[in-house]
Design a protein around this ligand. Structure first.
Ligand SMILES: [Zn+2]
Length: 484
């Protein structure tokens, strides 16, 4: 009986204690914390943070210092970026209309220098439209109409449409591609192309109003002679850094729950919703856990990834550097879709994680009542190489809020972040992280997938086109990325 009571006592204290930890963490994250000031420093003082730029290095040092100030163990984790491309300016002019100065930006990795040629409108740039114009397109700048992008769905549609155009335009031998901006009021934004760091065809985003004007002029038979100058600082491979912090586990210190958000951004704006807000979230969760003296059973690692925008290079490198630990990664989460309310998680083909997450959040029905897990694989952020490694991975799903409209744009600034919602999101991510870290061995009823299982997931979801959209299909197929 005595032993029984002791057992009950231990059971209750351990269960209640861990619940109390989660509740305490949640309450702390919802109270006033430095998250708002941190985000403002990152966005307003450091600003846009293209990997390779001095501001990006400053952001890494800033992140390092934030974790240090919170008393959390942290280090800079070096990796090589394949090439440098820091945009400086893009200037376009029309020989026969000197006063019409269109607003344009070059897409990532467009070759530096001057080029000239005639502009031709190709409608929305479907394969049929391009094929119909045939040899007329050789050596020309093609103008492509794009749909309005109003939300996250619109973003993926835009990447897909642009990839189709690129493929056809390369075959047709065009000199350059001018995409009509998908967002109005002269808003410009930076995109990568489907060749990413291997791109060598000049590609541009032109202000929607300017592109429409060109389109009307061309329809009326006017000829437009384009000259464009791209200025960017370019170079070969260079060293960049992730910031990796951790709170050691008490019972299974070699098992890891990984939370990540990328610290790099494009620099037309200041990378607020993409992804400064969630960088600040990572720091705040670590800070509150440390301040409350919470010790998880498993190690919780916090990653501020770098080189994400160019192709998730920082997180890819982490999976290579920590290859011997991959089996020990219980779950890797990416938070990268802004500051709209979290509505659930993408479980990336791992239905077991939906069950586990639901169970963790069941104690907090006010948080999770409307949560929906979506079991589809996400390509486009730092979960990617963990998915390729067969590691259970989550991507937080959010209401679009201000994310889609300001994505990669000059308008992605501090004022677009919903701070109150960001704090609520931090509470959810904190609960989920601690929940995974404190699960019993039996509850972790999934393991790392094999290459065949990962391939089956890609086949089931016909992911080849999407992976090609971001230049990451080949590295998977040829074995340079992912589980062997
Ligand atoms: Zn992002």
């Amino acid at each position: 009986m005595k032993y029984f009571i002791l057992f009950i006592h231990l059971f209750l204290t351990s269960t209640l204690f861990s619940q109390t930890d989660a509740a305490r963490l949640r309450a702390a994250l919802l109270k006033d914390t430095p998250i708002e000031n941190d985000l403002q420093q990152l966005c307003d003082e450091i600003g846009g943070r293209v990997t390779g730029a001095p501001s990006n290095n400053a952001a890494v040092e800033w992140g390092l210092q934030k974790f240090q100030e919170a008393g959390v163990k942290v280090k800079k984790d070096p990796f090589q970026m394949p090439s440098l491309w820091l945009p400086k300016s893009t200037k376009m002019s029309f020989a026969n209309m000197p006063d019409f100065v269109p607003h344009v930006v070059a897409k990532y990795h467009s070759p530096v220098g001057r080029s000239s040629g005639e502009m031709i409108s190709v409608g929305t740039g479907t394969p049929d439209e391009i094929v119909a114009l045939g040899t007329q397109l050789k050596g020309k700048f093609i103008l492509v109409e794009m749909d309005l992008c109003l939300d996250i769905g619109g973003l993926f549609a835009e990447y897909a449409a642009a990839t189709t155009v690129e493929n056809e335009a390369r075959k047709a031998g065009v000199k350059g591609i001018i995409f009509m901006a998908s967002r109005p009021k002269k808003l410009l934004y930076r995109f990568i192309t489907s060749k990413a760091t291997d791109e060598n065809l000049p590609q541009f985003v032109m202000a929607r109003e300017d592109a429409k004007r060109c389109q009307r002029l061309l329809q009326n038979g006017k000829r437009i002679q384009v000259t464009v100058d791209i200025n960017a600082e370019t170079g070969g491979s260079f060293e960049s850094h992730n910031v990796i912090a951790e709170i050691k586990g008490s019972e299974y210190p070699d098992e890891i729950v990984l939370l990540g958000a990328h610290i790099d951004s494009w620099a037309l704006g200041t990378g607020a919703n993409d992804n400064g807000c969630n960088v600040s979230m990572m720091i705040d969760i670590a800070r509150q856990m440390k301040a409350l003296g919470i010790q998880p059973k498993r190690t919780i690692r916090f990653a501020l990834w770098n080189g994400e925008e160019q192709g998730y290079f920082g997180s890819w490198d982490y999976t290579k550097d920590h290859l011997s630990e991959m089996d020990k990664h219980v779950m890797a989460m990416s938070v990268d879709i802004g500051s709209g309310a979290i509505t659930g998680f993408f479980t990336n083909g791992r239905a077991e994680l939906a069950t586990a997450t639901d169970k963790i959040l069941a104690n907090y029905p006010d948080t999770s009542a409307t949560f929906t897990s979506i079991n589809v694989p996400i390509v486009g952020t730092d979960n990617f190489d963990f998915m390729l490694q067969g590691v259970g991975n989550l991507v937080a799903n959010h209401l679009s809020a201000t994310y889609g409209l300001n994505y990669h744009a000059a308008s992605d600034t501090y004022d677009k972040v919903d701070i109150l919602q960001l704090k609520k999101n931090a509470a959810i991510v904190g609960l989920v992280a601690l929940g995974y870290a404190n699960m019993s061995k039996e509850e972790v009823n999934w393991k790392r997938q094999t290459r065949e299982e990962v391939q089956a997931l890609f086949d089931e979801h016909k992911l080849e086109f999407t992976m090609r959209m971001f230049n990451v299909w080949e590295p998977w197929v040829n074995g340079t990325r992912g589980v062997k």
